[in-house]
Design a protein around this ligand. Structure first.
Ligand code: HEM
Length: 382
C-alpha cells in the first residue's frame, strides 16, 4: 500500500508519464492483462490506453476545477476529502438501522407490528405522492446533462405532467393492491385488543393524506358539500381560512352521541390546522388542477392527460377509500351492533366514498359518473 505522499507521486507520474511508469515498474496493462514489456505492439497499446485515460481524467479535473472555482472553493481540498473518505454502504445510505428501529408497539400482540409497519409503508407512499405533486406544481427542475441544477422551470411541459400523474397513479395502485395486508393479514381478535391501547390515535390523523388532497384540487372541493354554495368568485387567502372550518373530513370525526368534535379531531387540528391552511394558501394557484388549467388549449384537450387525471381522482377518492372501508367493515362490524371506531365516530356513514362524493376534478366527469361515484372500483383493469 502506497503512503499518502507516495500516492500523490504515483498519480503525478501516472497522469504525466505513463510510459515511464511502464518502463520502471513493468506495469501490467489492465486492458491487455499482460506484463510482457518487450512486446512493442503491446507497449504502444499500453501507451495509447493511458494517454486516453490521461486526457479523459484531465478533462474531468478541468470540469471539477470549474465547478469548485465557481463557488470560490479549492478543488484540491475536496480531492483530499475524496481520498480520505470511507466508501458509502447500502445500510448507511438508506438509514436502515434507523428505519428498522421505528416499530415500537404498544402491546405484545404480534400482529400489532403488521399494523404499525403497514401504516408506515403507506406514509412513505404518501410522501412519494407529495414529492411528485411538488414537482408538478413547480414545473419540474431544470437539471442539465452534467448534473447542474438550474432551479425550477418556468413552464410545465405537458409530457412531464403526464409522466408524473402516472407515477402518482402507480403509488396509489400499489397502496390499493396491497391493502389485503390489512383486510386479511391480521388476527381479528388480536386487532380488537391492541387497538384499545392505541386510542384515540387513528389513521384519520394522517396529515400527509390531507396534504395530498389540499395539493391536488381546489380547496372548495374539500368543503362539505352542504357548505359549498356560500363560496363563489376568486378564492382569497381569507376564504381558504374560512373554508378550512368546513372541511368535509370534520364530519367524519364527530361523536355519535353528542355531535361534538372527537378528541382525535381536536388533537389533529391542534397540531396541523395552521399547516393545512398555509398549504391551502400556497397551493391555491398551483395545485394539480390549476396546473392542468394552465396548459394550452390543445394540451388541456389531450385524452391521455385527462384520463390520467381521472384515474388519479378515482384512485384517491374511490379505490383507496373502498379498500380501506373494507378493513373497517371487517374489524369493526359485528353481526348485531357495530363496534365503536377509534374516536366513537360515525364511520359507517363517513368512510364509504359514495356518501362523501369527494371529487377532485368534477369538470372531467359526467353527471352519471358523479351520481354513481363510489359504487364500484373505477379503472380497475388499467
Ligand atoms: C385494520 C385497518 C384499519 C381500520 C379498521 C381503520 C379504521 C378507520 C376508521 C374507523 C376511520 C374513521 C375515523 C375514526 O373513527 O378513527 C379511519 C379513517 C382513516 N384511516 Fe383507517 N383504518 C385502518 C387502516 C388504515 C391504514 C393502513 C391507513 C393508512 C395510513 C389508514 C388511514 C386512514 C385515513 C387517512 C382515514 C381518514 C379517511 C377519510 O377521511 O376519508 N387507515 N380508519
Amino acid at each position: 500500500m502506497l503512503s499518502y505522499k507516495g500516492q500523490h507521486l504515483f498519480f503525478y507520474e501516472f497522469f504525466t508519464r505513463p510510459t515511464y511508469l511502464y518502463e520502471r515498474d513493468g506495469f501490467s496493462c489492465p486492458l491487455l492483462k499482460t506484463s510482457d514489456k518487450n512486446h512493442t505492439k503491446i507497449k504502444w497499446l499500453w501507451y495509447f490506453y493511458h494517454m486516453e485515460m490521461t486526457s479523459e481524467i484531465n478533462e474531468k479535473i478541468k470540469l471539477l476545477k470549474e465547478k469548485y472555482s465557481q463557488m470560490g472553493q479549492d478543488m484540491s481540498s475536496y480531492l483530499d476529502g475524496l481520498l480520505l473518505s470511507n466508501y458509502l454502504t447500502y445500510w448507511d445510505y438508506i438509514r436502515l438501522d434507523t428505519l428498522l428501529s421505528l416499530q415500537q408497539p404498544q402491546t405484545d400482540f404480534p400482529d400489532e407490528q403488521i399494523f404499525i409497519m403497514y401504516h408506515q409503508i403507506t406514509e412513505l407512499y404518501f410522501k412519494l405522492c407529495l414529492h411528485e405533486i411538488e414537482q408538478i406544481s413547480n414545473n419540474g427542475r431544470n437539471v442539465l446533462d452534467n448534473g447542474d441544477d438550474r432551479g425550477w422551470k418556468d413552464t410545465l411541459d405537458p409530457d412531464f405532467f403526464l409522466e408524473r400523474l402516472k407515477r402518482l397513479n402507480n403509488y396509489f395502485k400499489a397502496l390499493t393492491g396491497s391493502f389485503a395486508i390489512m383486510i386479511e393479514g391480521m388476527d381479528r381478535n388480536q386487532f380488537l385488543k391492541f387497538r384499545m391501547a392505541l386510542l384515540p390515535a387513528s389513521g384519520f390523523q394522517s396529515a400527509q393524506y390531507r396534504k395530498i388532497e389540499i395539493t391536488s384540487t381546489d380547496f372548495i372541493n374539500l368543503v362539505h358539500k352542504d357548505k359549498r354554495a356560500q363560496y363563489s368568485g376568486t378564492v382569497t387567502n381569507s376564504m381558504i381560512e374560512d373554508m378550512f372550518n368546513y372541511s368535509y373530513w370534520k364530519s367524519g370525526a364527530t361523536e355519535l352521541k353528542t355531535g361534538k368534535k372527537t378528541l382525535t379531531l381536536q388533537q389533529f387540528e391542534k397540531k396541523y390546522k395552521d399547516e393545512f391552511i398555509a398549504t391551502g394558501k400556497e397551493f391555491k394557484d398551483r395545485n394539480i388542477w390549476k396546473k392542468y388549467v394552465g396548459l394550452s388549449d390543445d394540451d388541456r384537450a389531450r385524452e391521455d392527460i385527462q384520463q390520467e387525471l381521472k384515474k388519479f381522482d378515482a384512485n384517491v377518492n374511490i379505490n383507496w377509500p373502498l379498500v380501506h372501508y373494507k378493513s373497517a367493515a371487517k374489524y369493526l362490524s359485528k353481526d348485531s351492533a357495530d363496534i365503536a371506531a377509534t374516536g366513537g365516530t360515525n364511520w359507517q356513514k363517513y368512510l364509504p366514498p359514495r356518501f362523501q362524493k369527494r371529487v377532485f376534478y368534477p369538470e372531467l366527469w359526467n353527471e352519471k359518473e358523479i351520481e354513481e361515484w363510489g359504487l364500484a372500483f373505477l379503472n380497475e383493469k388499467e
